[in-house]
Design a protein around this ligand. Sequence first.
Ligand SMILES: Cc1cn([C@H]2C[C@H](O)[C@@H](COP(=O)(O)OP(=O)(O)O)O2)c(=O)[nH]c1=O
Length: 225
Amino acid sequence: MRGKLIVIEGTDGSGKATQSGKMAARLAAEGFTVRKVDYPNYQSQSSALVKMYLNGEFGERPEDVNAYAASAFYAVDRIASYKKEWEEFYLNGGIVIADRYTTSNMIHQAAKIKDKAEKERYLEWLGDFEFTKCGLPVPDKVFFLAMPPAVSRELMRGRENKAGNVKDIHEQDSDYLSYCFANACDIAATFGWHRVDCTDSGQIKTIEQIHEEIYQELHRMIGRA
Ligand SMILES: Cc1cn([C@H]2C[C@H](O)[C@@H](COP(=O)(O)OP(=O)(O)O)O2)c(=O)[nH]c1=O
C-alpha cells in the first residue's frame, strides 16, 4: 500500500526546514512511520547541475537558464533521490515529508515566465514530465508557507543557506524573490495547496503557531497512528 507524500513549500526564507523537521519528529514520536527528505539533495552527486546553476556557472541571473532547462536539473536530482532513498519506503506505506519538491519548480521556475498562456503550458509540461513521464509520486498534500518577501529577507539576513554561506543566484536577486512569492500565491490558489499565513497583521507568527496549524490539518488527513 502506497504511503503519503506531504510537501512543505514556500519561497526562500519561509521556514520550510524548521517546519518540516518539526513535523517529521512529532509524527515519528506519535508512532507514524515517517521520513523527511529535502530538495535540492546537496549531499548527492545528482545535485551537480543544480549546484552549477545556483553558483552562476551558466549565467549570473536566474533567467540566464530558462524555466524548462533549470527544471530538468532539479527533476533529475529528485528522481535519483526517489529511486535510491525512498521509493520502497513510500510504496510500503511510509509517510514522506518533503522540504521542497516539484512544487518548487512551479514556484521558482514558473516565475521566470511572464506570459500567462506560456506559463500554463510550462506548468502542464512540468507535471507531465516529473509525474507522468518520470514517475515521481504526486503529493497528497502541499502546505504553502506564505511568508511575505519583506519578512523573509530579514530572516535570511546573515543566515547560512543549505549549500554553504555564499548567496546563490536566486537569493542574490531581490526582485526574483518578489516574483516568486506573487507567483506562489497564485499557484497555491489554483492548485489547491493549503496556504498557511506566516504573519498576522504584519507580525510574524511563532514557529509553534505555524507548526500547530499544519499539524491540525495534517491529522485530519492521516488520522492517528
Ligand atoms: C528543489 C527546487 C528548488 N528550487 C530553487 C529554490 C531555491 O531558490 C533554490 C535553492 O533551494 P534551497 O537550497 O532549498 O534554498 P536555500 O538556499 O534557502 O537553502 O532552488 C527550484 O527552483 N526548483 C526545485 O525543484
